[in-house]
Design a protein around this ligand. Structure first.
Ligand code: F6P
Length: 328
């Protein structure tokens, strides 16, 4: 057993915001790496909500057995409105101090990292870990859960294409991504979609209809349009508009919804989550706090949380162009 930084004897670990496949391998890695370094771990149940209400449980190496392959999060998660209030933050700090936590490791998306920053401002050492299927967090190439979600989407679209071709239909398939078209663009490229609609690019419905009609003229037996959740007008509204137009195909809409957040994590997500979990503990031990674990190429770097939350991650223009070039 290695001895860790003397100042870090007990830490909290929590998952927050929308769940993402890989959160369990992350928890396992934090608990087991901490044990190896002689650090006690308290699991915070239900994200920031649990922090406010002192819902903590001691976690030993046996408590995280058999969870590597499970989707969701054994610690549960929440989107806490209470923590946004100064009174909620004050209560959380009181609970952290009462429990004797020297630091906290938080896995979650953009909102959770903003929450983490509130703790930092009140003097609590924090390491953030990016976990969101949207992959919209600045400072990391990939977040926990993205790869699994993408595989779920690809599997669904492959199936939709079968029925679309059989019926000569155009399908609008909605992926998650309230503010980011990352999943939609990636899925569009690797499923060979005819068109991808994302919140970052304004594509008017008339242009969508023209692209579908063009696919029909070229002799395609189907058209797959991948629509990110944040695109406007909403997918159902767009579907009704397109269906009312004469575009060759009849139209159907499939909203993939929360199935994208579930399921067992892929090999990639298990490894990423595990590496992030171990690194988060090691960053704390090395005195690197108030940072997020960021995947940069093959390396995991400590990225200041300040920098993460004050920047916006954009989708590479190359990918958007690739989706367009290949849809013929
Ligand atoms: O995790 C992020 C996200 O998947 C968004 O893409 C989506 O809009 C949102 O979560 C849905 O959240 P909820 O489960 O709270 O409705």
């Amino acid at each position: 057993m290695q001895e860790g930084n003397q100042k870090i004897k007990k830490i909290g670990v929590m998952t927050s915001g929308g769940d993402s496949p890989g959160m369990n391998p992350f928890i396992r890695a934090v608990v087991r790496a901490s044990a190896a370094y002689g650090i006690k771990v308290l699991g915070v149940e239900g994200g920031f909500e649990g922090l406010i209400h002192g819902k903590f449980r001691e976690m030993g190496v046996r408590d995280v057995g058999g969870i590597l392959q499970r989707g969701g999060t054994i610690l549960q998660t929440a989107r806490s409105l209470e923590f946004r209030e100064p009174s909620g933050q004050r209560e959380a700090i009181r609970q952290i101090n009462n429990a004797g936590m020297d630091a906290i490791i938080v896995a979650g998306g953009d909102g959770s990292l903003h929450g983490a920053q509130k703790l930092v401002q009140k003097g609590i050492p924090v390491v953030g870990v990016p976990a969101s299927i949207d992959n919209d967090i600045y400072g990391t190439d990939m977040c926990i859960g993205v790869d699994t979600a993408l595989n779920t989407i690809v599997d669904a679209i492959d199936k939709i294409r079968d029925t679309a071709s059989s019926h000569n239909r155009a399908f609008l398939v909605e992926t998650m991504g309230r503010e980011s078209g990352y999943l939609a663009v990636q899925a569009g490229i690797i499923t060979g979609a005819e068109l991808v609609l994302i919140p970052e690019n304004k594509t008017p419905p008339q242009q969508v209809a023209a692209a579908i009609e063009e696919a029909y003229r070229r002799g395609k037996t189907h058209a797959i349009i991948v629509v990110a959740e944040g695109y406007e007008p909403h997918t159902l509204e767009l579907g009704a508009m397109i269906d009312a137009m004469d575009i060759g195909f009849t139209t159907r809409v499939t909203i993939l919804g929360h199935i994208q957040r579930g399921g067992k994590p892929t090999a990639f997500d298990r490894m990423l989550a595990t590496r992030f979990g171990v690194k988060a503990v090691e960053f704390l031990l090395a005195g690197q706090t108030n940072v997020m674990t960021g995947l940069n190429g093959r390396e995991i770097l400590p990225i200041p949380i300040d920098e993460v939350i004050s920047n916006v991650k954009t989708i590479s223009a190359d990918y958007i162009q690739m989706a367009q070039i290949l849809a013929r």
